[in-house]
Ligand binder design. Sequence first.
Ligand code: SF4
Length: 232
Amino acid sequence: MANPGPDITAAPLQVSELFYSIQGESTYAGYPCVFIRLAGCNLRCSYCDARYTYEEEPRLMTVEELLAFTRRYPAALVQVTGGEPLVQEQVYLLLEELMWEERLVLLETNGSIGLGRVPTAVVKIMDLKCPDSNMSDRMNLENLKLLTPADELKCVISSRSDYEWAVSLLRTHIPAMEKPTEIKRRVKILFSPVTERLSPELLAQWLLDDGLQVRLQIQLHRILWPRKTRAF
Ligand code: SF4
């Protein structure tokens, strides 16, 4: 069936910024990527480094305008991020249209909103907010059942107590965390230290000591551009 095209009567989206860069996180780190950073967030994490997404006045852009931006970079991945992208109803239309254009789409989401309406082919990269974020009680743990081996679960770790909380929760929901043979059969799990709060070296040692088959994530963009605090 041919794509009828985006509904031009649909309300515009609130956009924080658009840019083309190297993907800095997830198992797609290192690939060229177009970023659509939507404005607004329903959480207030203690370590948030993207406050501008909910403190600055957003730009209003239609789905068609966002698609036009992504078409400038036809070979790149497209990441829809925020803020929290799922707080805007029109994001589902945007995701559908990007799928029609046969893009590899990554959706970065904070884990508090149900993922049931996200198109299956979209790669979901969901945060697991640990207690030091002050937002762990906002997690929608039903989402864990919807994550497939194509998706990713990012545990954002500030401290030893965050680490222990995350490991305990994952052991409850995800079997055989120590078995390498399970890696390809379950959601990809990444442990990411909060910059300024926890050294990657210490987190690496904890993972080695416990023999957990999870991936240590270091933010590549902070290594490439250490003085940049945001894209623009
Ligand atoms: S979910 Fe992300 S954008 Fe929202 S408050 Fe937390 S860190 Fe900031």
